[in-house]
Write a protein that binds this ligand. Structure first.
Ligand code: MF3
Ligand code: CO
Length: 249
């Protein structure tokens, strides 16, 4: 069952999403060679306290941090660490979520660390473009499969591959609600989109093959071929007119 949100609920979700969007605005200037992913986590911890909200991920299924910080071949769910220092040419995906007034906000972005190789820049560009096309496909009358297809087309046309094992999701009073939002699939298939649905759309795009595996820490997802991966995520509410992005500052 897909939970439909009322206009006041969507406003509350926009307030949660805005805090997440503002976080990305602020964390951007910290991303440079020499900073450890733990420093980003420390900033996130201070940020949630300053805003009087709860980090959405810390404690979720035992996850130990507010952020996921995933470098290069790490796809998602990288755990911040004092030992992981960003280096020139890396790309780092940051995923952050909060709970405010009982509603979840969730978003992710991949950032370059200093100057990055052309292939890395192209991968990030294609992943963000795929999210953009997905958002364009998010409107009443379309189906989940139209979103999936838009992402897959955009990423594969750029020569990249789509992670299969992790998907986007509905979001609301729970971090993960129905429906699943795969980043691959056929247009015209899946649940029909209707006003009041809120989706977290999150393409994970690999430079090489799509297969992933989980490291021995039980969390960190990496590409099997150890080539780079990028991740962008926004929350979008389906409206009469199309959709509204809720995770902007
Ligand atoms: N954006 C991710 C998701 O929607 C974040 C979850 S990380 C976890 O699933 F650690 F909390 F699982
Ligand atoms: Co998510």
């Amino acid at each position: 069952m897909i939970i439909i949100k009322s206009p006041p609920e969507i406003e509350a979700m926009r307030r949660a999403g805005a805090i997440v969007g503002q976080f990305f605005e602020e964390v951007k200037s910290m991303i440079r060679p020499g900073i450890a992913t733990f420093d980003l986590e420390a900033f996130a911890e201070a940020y949630v306290q300053r805003h009087g909200v709860k980090g959405a991920f810390k404690g979720y299924l035992g996850y130990p941090a507010n952020l996921c910080t995933s470098i290069n071949e790490e796809v998602v769910h990288g755990i911040p660490s004092r030992k992981r220092v960003l280096r020139e040419g890396d790309i780092v995906s940051i995923d952050f979520g909060v709970v405010r007034e009982g509603y979840y906000g969730d978003a992710a972005r991949t950032y370059p660390v200093g100057a990055v190789p052309d292939g890395a820049a192209k991968l990030m560009g294609a992943t963000e473009a795929a999210l953009g096309k997905a958002i364009e496909a998010t409107r009443p009358g379309n189906r989940i499969g139209d979103i999936s297809f838009a992402v897959q087309q955009t990423a594969e046309a750029a020569g990249f591959s789509i992670v299969r094992d992790f998907v986007g999701h509905g979001i609301g009073r729970m971090l993960h609600e129905e429906p699943q939002v795969p980043n691959f699939g056929e247009s015209g298939t899946g649940p029909l989109l209707a006003p009041g649905m809120v989706l977290a759309i999150e393409p994970m795009v690999n430079e090489g093959r799509y297969e992933v595996e989980i490291l021995a820490d039980g969390w960190t997802v990496v590409t099997r071929d150890r080539k780079r991966s990028a991740h962008f995520e926004h929350m979008a509410a389906v409206t009469e007119a199309g959709c509204k992005i809720l995770s902007l500052p």
